[in-house]
Design a protein around this ligand. Structure first.
Ligand SMILES: Nc1ncnc2c1ncn2[C@@H]1O[C@H](COP(=O)(O)OP(=O)(O)OP(=O)(O)O)[C@@H](O)[C@H]1O
Length: 274
């Protein structure tokens, strides 16, 4: 175990036991405090399944069948439901695509974000509300008091993602997973949310795992990128390595595909020199 590693996966295989198919194989990655790791690859390449294994929410029938998967020093294979509850949402927060589907449309937004603070941190109603308003400000939501009383249908997609992010940060996780968190948003809002991730990562010294099919998104945020294809790592390295020295043909395709739009904002003049 590397000293200080929050997550340490070594040659991990995840299998769909119904079909016998390995959906992720030989996956190795280590995440230290404050590091930003990107997982990129096309649909079905195993990005989400890998993240779900970190949260203890693999789909039914899916299991880790090979390698060593350690989360905060413990084997992810042997953790009980109770132990996962001390990890998921507590030490590892997560936000996904389609934030609205993770919130209850018939309960006011503020109460939903306050709930984990009351249950997990034991705050009373007033203190939980104060903390939610602070979190809303931290994610730059306008008029937090007003927002506290609103319902999901009254908010835009970008605002909902900020609300979900506030919820994911409520218990001060050390790791945040952003799984296609900006995919459904329009370009301007996507840029704002990416800036927010960057800001939060720095102010909170979060370790961040950014999952996207979009190389521009991971390039903007990440120190290191892993390229997945059909459940296997085909390339990995720094943003510069991946963009300028892609080793695998598939990475080259990803770079070519994105060259015309998106990547220029993460390429410094030095980086974008032919
Ligand atoms: N709930 C599930 N039941 C059955 N198979 C699944 C399930 N979730 C994922 N898979 C399969 O596992 C493999 C990896 O999928 P995964 O969702 O991790 O890919 P991904 O790279 O995140 O793509 P996407 O962005 O489309 O979710 C795929 O073959 C997919 O069909």
């Amino acid at each position: 175990m590397t000293e200080n590693a929050l997550v340490e996966y070594d040659q991990v295989t995840i299998t769909n036991s119904y079909t016998g198919e390995a959906v992720v194989s030989g996956f190795s990655a280590t995440l230290h405090p404050g590091e930003v790791l990107g997982l990129v690859g096309e649909s079905g390449s195993g990005k989400s399944i890998t993240c779900r294994s970190l949260l203890g929410i693999l789909p039914r029938g899916f299991e880790i069948t090979g390698g060593t998967a350690r989360v905060f020093g413990n084997s992810a294979v042997g953790l009980s439901d109770q132990q996962w509850q001390q990890v998921r949402g507590v030490r590892i927060g997560a936000v996904f695509q389609d934030p609205g589907s993770y919130l209850n449309p018939s309960i006011k937004i503020g109460s939903q974000i306050a709930e984990p603070l009351r249950i997990r941190r034991g705050l009373n109603r007033r203190d939980a509300k104060t903390e939610v308003l602070r979190l809303f400000k931290e994610v730059h939501l306008p008029s937090p008091e007003d927002l506290f009383q609103r319902y999901t249908f009254e908010l835009s997609g970008g605002m909902l993602q900020r609300v979900l992010l506030a919820g994911a940060l409520a218990l001060n996780p050390e790791v945040l997973i952003a799984d296609e968190a900006t995919t459904a948003l329009d370009v301007t809002v996507q840029a704002e949310i990416l800036d927010l991730f960057q800001e939060l990562q720095q102010t909170r010294q979060l370790a961040l795992i950014v999952v996207s099919h979009d190389l521009a998104v991971v390039s903007q945020l990440c120190d290191r990128i892993i390229v997945l294809r059909n459940g296997e790592i085909v390339d990995q390295g720094s943003v510069e390595d991946i963009i300028h020295h892609p080793r695998h043909e598939y990475t080259r395709l990803l770079v070519d595909e994105h060259e015309k739009y998106g990547l220029e904002k993460v390429l410094s003049p030095e980086r974008s020199r032919p």
